[in-house]
Design a protein around this ligand. Structure first.
Ligand SMILES: [Zn+2]
Ligand SMILES: [Zn+2]
Length: 379
């Protein structure tokens, strides 16, 4: 499709130009489910609609690309709108549609193939360790993975450029040879070609004739805010390249969020132990705290606060990975009693204590009474 004949992306998804991110996702999901080629086998019109919608989504779901498209139209994207598909967007697609559909082979990152010897590349898994802060803000990380990639020198054929494998003369291409054992004829894997049926007389020097070689690849992974341990991002087609032109496998990036030394996570909510002095607990205080996203909040400690008392700061917890409401921050008071006080402090506190009240509140007198009764043999 050239820029001139392309339909307007908003028209493709049937939404207005002021559509929210949620509208865009919902519209794309609708279109994708309706036109997905797996539901319309052999229907090239449906497949075209599906690709068109996917392309529109890839652009409109990316704030930067969307604003360029809004200003300059298709030309503004300079052809990058959909060439090859970027893996970051793919993770997002897999996220939206889940594993409902066999996704990758629609976009040319995998070749559909039934050819002899073609094998799909293996899926790969990468565990990405994140701090709780990174999980809260979302992060772009480059990861290095070793993977088998199609040899560039021979384009995966395994033969020197300009040559091609010859049919094995021992087995005449069948990959098997028959041996005679007495009256029996036994088929065995051809010892000359190892069962491939072909002899590679001019193996590619770069890959030693294998067609693939192991390479360290650096990929950028966009981790959305709010991820938790065990969540996976799927980067379709970023696994191992297939053998002899087979489709590539997928790369699964599995999140591992490390424990934080102050915040304890419970799904979307966070818990924080806040030390307050015994004086702050008695008199009340406004104590500043910093959220996991670095925002300043104030905890209002009421006069007479007790150890273990909990204050809930709404919306100060972890962001939700779907962009829904943030979790809460539960602040647990730990009342700290000073281990050392000055002589002057001691004198004043003794004076305060002598005024009475509060040292043995009624309920606690009840407690001591009950305890005495328990030791003296019960009620
Ligand atoms: Zn090669
Ligand atoms: Zn052979």
């Amino acid at each position: 499709m050239t820029a001139e004949t392309k339909r307007d992306y908003y028209e493709v998804l049937g939404i207005g130009r002021d559509a929210s991110m949620g509208d865009i996702k919902a519209a794309y999901r609708r279109m994708a489910v309706k036109h997905h080629p797996d539901k319309n086998p052999g229907d090239s019109t449906a497949e075209a609609y599906f690709k068109e919608a996917s392309e529109a989504y890839a652009v409109l779901s990316d704030a930067e690309k969307r604003s360029r498209y809004d200003r300059f139209g298709h030309q503004g994207l300079g052809g990058e709108g959909f060439t090859g598909f970027d893996p970051g967007a793919f993770g997002d697609f897999a996220d939206i549609l889940g594993d409902l559909f066999g996704f990758g082979d629609l976009f040319g990152t995998r070749r559909r193939s039934t050819g002899q010897g073609m094998r799909r590349g293996h899926d790969l898994q990468y565990t990405l360790k994140l701090s709780l802060e990174e999980a809260a803000t979302g992060v772009e990380r480059s990861i290095r993975i070793p993977r088998l990639e199609t040899c560039k020198a021979c384009s995966g054929s395994g033969s020197k450029p300009g040559t091609s494998p010859e049919t094995c003369s021992t087995c005449r291409g069948s990959g098997q040879v028959a041996f005679r054992r007495g009256f029996l004829s036994v088929a065995q894997t051809c010892p000359s070609c190892g069962g491939a049926g072909q002899m590679n007389r001019n193996p590619c020097e770069d890959c030693g004739g294998k067609g693939r070689s192991e390479r360290q690849t650096t990929l950028m992974v966009t981790v959305p805010a709010g991820v938790d341990t065990g969540m996976r991002l799927r980067l379709a087609g970023e696994g191992e390249d297939g053998a002899l032109g087979g489709p590539a496998g997928d790369l699964f990036v599995v999140m591992k969020v490390e424990a934080h030394d102050l915040f304890e996570r419970d799904g979307r909510d966070l818990h924080l132990e806040l030390p307050i002095s015994v004086f702050q607990a008695m008199l009340g205080a406004n104590v500043p705290v910093t959220t996991i996203l670095g925002e300043d909040r104030v905890v209002e400690v009421a006069a007479g606060a007790q150890p273990g008392e909990v204050i809930r700061l709404h919306g100060a917890g972890m962001p939700h990975v779907d962009g829904r409401r943030r979790g809460d921050l539960f602040v647990h008071f730990r009342v700290v009693v000073p281990r050392k006080i000055s002589g002057e402090q001691r004198r004043l506190i003794e004076e305060v204590a002598s005024l009475g009240g509060g040292l043995e509140p009624e309920s606690e007198q009840g407690f001591f009474e009950r305890l005495k009764r328990a030791f003296s043999g019960g009620e």
